[in-house]
Design a protein around this ligand. Structure first.
Ligand code: ZN
Length: 177
């Protein structure tokens, strides 16, 4: 059983307060992966891990206010909207596992492999991959379904995931074949 995890593809992260124009190029690949996963619910769980910050969350000292819970900025971009049967988990810091209930959810469904998508390669992807690795999950990061703010951050982020956590870094196409 696999879980497709979509991280921080939210209005504030794509076009809003901390907009990343580079994130627009991964929308089609994530959409393809969502379509595949939803067409095979017996093999795939679809999970969104979304920033939903409260005032004075520690991370706001670094980034300023973004994706504040309950605001339009914290909503998933319309192109990748959640569907019936998907799980949407709010988070208040970088890792999708940190106090979100993701780990018990994955275990309830017998998930052993997580396919991580979204942004940013060198921040939330990195911390989420670390936590998945610590918990014994196989980690797959489709390299064209994640992005960072710069090419250097993206490339060095991918190298770190591969070197330190043995993350697999296929192209999305290879996962859809
Ligand atoms: Zn945040």
């Amino acid at each position: 059983m696999k879980a497709l995890v979509v991280i921080d593809m939210l209005n504030d992260f794509v076009t809003g307060k901390i907009a990343n124009p580079r994130s627009e190029r991964i929308i089609p690949t994530i959409r393809d992966l969502l379509e595949r996963a939803r067409s095979d619910r017996g093999e795939w769980l679809v999970v969104y891990a979304n920033d939903a910050h409260l005032p004075q969350d520690f991370e706001l000292a670094v980034w300023g206010e973004h994706a504040m819970a309950g605001t339009p900025g914290a909503e998933i971009i319309p192109e990748l909207a959640a569907a019936r049967g998907d799980f949407v988990l709010p988070k208040r810091t970088y890792s999708s596992f940190h106090e979100t209930g993701l780990d018990p959810l994955l275990r309830q469904f017998g998930v052993d492999t997580v396919v991580l998508t979204g942004q940013h390669t060198n921040i939330c992807l990195r911390h989420t991959t670390a936590d998945a690795f610590f918990r014994g999950y196989r980690v797959v990061v489709p390299r064209d379904a994640v992005e960072a703010v710069t090419e250097e951050d993206h490339e060095s982020g991918l190298r770190y995931l591969e070197t330190i956590y043995k993350a697999e870094l296929p192209y999305t196409k290879e996962l859809l074949d």
